[in-house]
Design a protein around this ligand. Structure first.
Ligand SMILES: Nc1ncnc2c1ncn2[C@@H]1O[C@H](COP(=O)(O)OP(=O)(O)OP(=O)(O)O)[C@@H](O)[C@H]1O
Ligand SMILES: [Mg+2]
Length: 224
C-alpha cells in the first residue's frame, strides 16, 4: 500500500469535522473543512492550546472525529518539535536505514541514503553520530527519514520551536525546496505559532477558537 501510493498525488479532506476530548463539552475543533489536494507548502498558525497538535492527530488517525468525515490518501511522515524524541539510532545512516520499508539491494540503499541527505542539505553525513548534530541538523535528518520512508505528505508540528534563527531558516528552506521540486513536489503541512514563518508558505490558515479559516495567500493573510 505504502509503495503503491508513492507516485500518487496525496490528499487530505475534512468534511465538517468536530472534535472534543472526552469529558470536555466544548468542541476544540468545530465543523472543520480542511482540504489539501495538491503538493505545496501549507501552514496552519494558531496560539498555544488552540488545537494545532490535535488537528495533526486527526489527520494521521491517532484520534477520530466526534462528528464529520475525514478522507485521506497519503503516506504520512511526522516531524515533531523535539527531534530528540524521534531520533533513535547512533548515526545518520542507521537512523535512515530503520526508515527504509522496501526490500532493496545494498547499492539502492546507499543511493537512497545519499540522495535524501542531499535533499536536506546534509551531504556526506552518513557516518555522523546523531548526538553530535545541531538541533536544526537533527530536524533535517527527521525530514530525510520521512523522505526515505516514501512519505509524500509530511506533517510538521512546530518543527522550529527549539531552534535559533539560522537553523529555523535552514529547515524552512529545506521544506520550501522539497515542496517546490518540479519533478516530485512534496506536500507539507507545517504547524506554527510564529507568524514570521508564514511568508514561506504557499497557503496559510488560522486555527482560532475551534475554527479553521479558509486557505489564504500569505501576503493577504489577515492577522487576528
Ligand atoms: N489527550 C488529551 N486529553 C484531554 N485534553 C487534551 C489532550 N490533548 C490536548 N488536550 C487539550 O486540548 C487543548 C489543545 O491542545 P493541543 O495540544 O492540540 O494545542 P496546540 O495548539 O498544539 O498547543 P501548543 O501550541 O502548546 O502546542 C489544550 O487545552 C490541551 O490541554
Ligand atoms: Mg502543539
Amino acid at each position: 500500500m505504502r509503495d503503491f501510493l508513492e507516485n500518487e498525488v496525496p490528499y487530505i479532506h475534512f468534511k465538517d469535522v468536530s472534535f472534543s476530548y472526552p469529558g470536555k463539552k466544548e468542541n476544540l475543533i468545530f465543523k472543520c473543512n480542511l482540504s489539501i489536494k495538491k503538493p505545496g507548502f501549507w501552514m496552519v498558525v494558531g496560539k498555544n492550546g488552540s488545537g494545532k497538535s490535535t488537528l495533526l492527530k486527526l489527520i494521521n488517525g491517532i484520534i477520530n472525529p466526534n462528528t464529520g468525515v475525514i478522507n485521506s490518501k497519503a503516506n504520512i511522515g511526522m516531524v515533531f518539535q523535539n527531534p530528540d524524541h524521534q531520533i533513535l539510532m547512533p548515526n545518520c545512516r542507521s537512523e535512515l536505514l530503520i526508515n527504509i520499508k522496501q526490500n532493496i539491494s545494498d547499492y539502492e540503499i546507499n543511493k537512497k541514503i545519499e540522495n535524501v541527505l542531499d535533499q536536506v542539505g546534509l551531504t556526506g553525513f552518513e557516518k555522523r553520530p546523531t548526538h553530535t548534530l545541531s538541533g536544526g541538523q537533527k530536524q533535517r535528518l527527521t525530514i530525510a527519514c520521512a523522505l526515505i520512508s516514501n512519505s509524500n505528505f509530511i506533517l510538521l508540528d512546530e518543527p522550529t520551536a527549539l531552534l535559533d534563527q539560522t537553523s529555523q531558516l535552514k529547515v524552512l528552506n529545506t521544506i520550501k525546496n522539497l515542496t517546490n521540486d518540479n519533478k516530485k513536489p512534496l506536500s507539507a503541512l507545517w504547524i506554527t505559532h510564529r507568524y514570521e514563518e508564514l511568508t514561506y508558505a504557499d497557503s496559510v490558515a488560522e486555527l482560532k477558537n475551534g475554527f479553521l479559516s479558509t486557505w489564504q495567500e500569505p501576503s493577504k493573510f489577515q492577522y487576528n
